[in-house]
Ligand binder design. Sequence first.
Ligand SMILES: [Zn+2]
Length: 294
Amino acid sequence: MAAFLVAGAMPAAERRSRAPQAAPVAEFSGESALQFTAKAVSFGPRPAGSAANRRLQDYIHSQLKLRRCQVIDDPFVARTPAGRIAMNNIIARFPGSSGRAVAISGHFDTKDMPGIRFVGANDGGSSTGLLLEFARILAARRYSDDVYLIWFDGEEAFGEWSPVNGVFGSRHLADRWAANGTLSRLKALINVDMIGDKDLGILQESNSTPWLRERVWKVAGEFGYGRYFLQFGGPVEDDHAPFLARGVAALDLIDFDYGPGNAWWHTAADTMDKLSAHSLEVVGRVLVEALTRL
Ligand SMILES: [Zn+2]
């Protein structure tokens, strides 16, 4: 945890001579991330194109106004099995000085599930909340690289998942960033999904870039969080995939064992009581440090 204790690294004499003390480096708060998650969930089911989805976008914008960052909207119309749907990715850019960039991403939409009230506390909510807390941290802490925080719309499929039904937002942004040159500056993208489960176990997503995964697992081990970062895994289709396909180093952090036998996934049981501040804090703190090592 030494990396967080910047003030403590100073000699004692220098510390005494500094008055007033520099503000402490902000630490990622799991409680704060959980509150942001609860706020997102309070809008109800938030499928792409819905009124609740747009209200959540307004809330994300209102939070980003409080941070020192550039906010970029990425609106587009997706062709889905449910017809043409207007979607929008929200991107916050915290500028660095190196000319290169890193990205942390997650989705804010929830799966459209006719007949059940699916509020997606973990699936859609936790990634939204973690990123909002990350924005609070980045307002007070600069990295040498540009840091992009990305809230993807349209991660979820309408009906059955297929290569052309799902990850609409990330496919769109990967195309856009390939065309405008941003991808050539991007050193790595780390995506988070379903990382709020009280019983946290992040699998080793096997399509992810090995060096990137190893670096994140190393930080987790150093922080004493090794038990949450599993030693096994498998392939998962998620928002990192369109970036991998374009040659970007990318990693998906996902806990795909949610409830007994993953029984709460895509069900009405995906509610706030299944989440914990500690799980969000584990992932957030590992990522705050991992960004310094890319
Ligand atoms: Zn989902």
